[in-house]
Write a new protein. Structure first.
Length: 277
């Protein structure tokens, strides 16, 4: 719940950053207690570690045990499915992953299929990719909530939305170095129509890593860049959709601080609207 609205959840991409100790986690906090402390501040998180492999059932059960009742996990689908197999002969692997994640029970939120920037050796264009989505997604969208993310800016097109939503999934809107800026997403895809929104704030990895490698404080001021996203995400919520937003360290150097900057902008925008300004 973000600012008292159960339809809006904001968190970070992972909770396991050791350099957050002292800046976000209390001093002397050990990795085993990171999730417990994280869940006292935020009510959702995007699991990054699942991108590398399907977790053990015992691990997933422990995540559920260590978080409050209202907490929600989202998680990346393993790269074996999205990057290595690219959905071909991947249904069994996906079934195993979904079965494992369902140990979260009512705490399981959307599962993110994060695809790479495909070059022409993989796909000559988006049509083949969309066909794969159409063959793959319907097997799982009745069972779990799925989100699709593309990293090729040229593929951000109404046809992509039509296929993703037609299969019962959600398209991720991504703020990343080479992807469209906030207003261009609206220009390409149009205003929200009541669908759910899933937003990822990834930033420019090279730019941020040139400034820091520690992730304990912001090295960029993200507020001007965030402002139009606040307006877009509020428009999704106003149209009736639920909204998730996740912040990465690479956006400005310290994900929790970026999230708090976003919160301030959200509150400020609400105050201005309420006062008629």
């Amino acid at each position: 719940m973000f600012e008292g609205d159960p339809g809006v959840r904001m968190g970070t991409s992972s909770w396991s950053e050791k350099s957050w100790v002292g800046s976000f986690y209390p001093e002397e906090t050990g990795p085993a207690d990171f999730l417990k402390h994280y869940s006292l501040r935020y009510d959702t998180v995007e699991i990054d570690s699942t991108y590398y492999a399907t977790p053990r059932d015992s691990t997933v059960k422990n995540w559920r045990k260590r978080t409050p009742d209202e907490f929600l996990f989202t998680a990346k689908v393993p790269r074996e499915i999205t990057h290595e197999r690219v959905l071909v002969d991947a249904r069994e692997s996906m079934e195993i992953f979904v079965e494992s994640m369902q140990w979260l029970g009512e705490k399981l939120g959307p599962l993110l299929l994060q695809f790479p920037y495909f070059n022409r050796k993989t796909f000559s264009g988006p049509v083949q990719f969309l066909q794969r989505l159409e063959r793959f997604l319907p097997h799982f969208t009745g069972e779990v909530s799925l989100v699709v993310e593309v990293r090729n800016p040229n593929w951000v097109h109404p046809n992509l939305v039509e296929v993703v939503e037609g299969c019962g999934a959600t398209l991720a809107w991504v703020d990343q170095g080479w992807m469209p800026e906030a207003q261009e997403w609206i220009e390409r895809l149009g205003p929200p129509r009541g669908q759910n929104g899933y937003f990822r704030f990834l930033g420019d990895r090279k730019e941020t890593e040139a400034l820091t490698q520690t992730w304990d404080q912001q090295v960029l001021d993200p507020r001007e860049r965030l402002q139009p996203w606040v307006e877009i995400m509020k428009s999704f919520r106003a149209s009736g959709g639920d909204v998730f937003g996740f912040f990465n360290n690479h956006y400005a150097g310290h994900a929790p601080a970026t999230l708090e900057d976003f919160r301030t902008l959200w509150e400020s925008d609400h105050s201005s609207s309420s006062s008629g300004e």
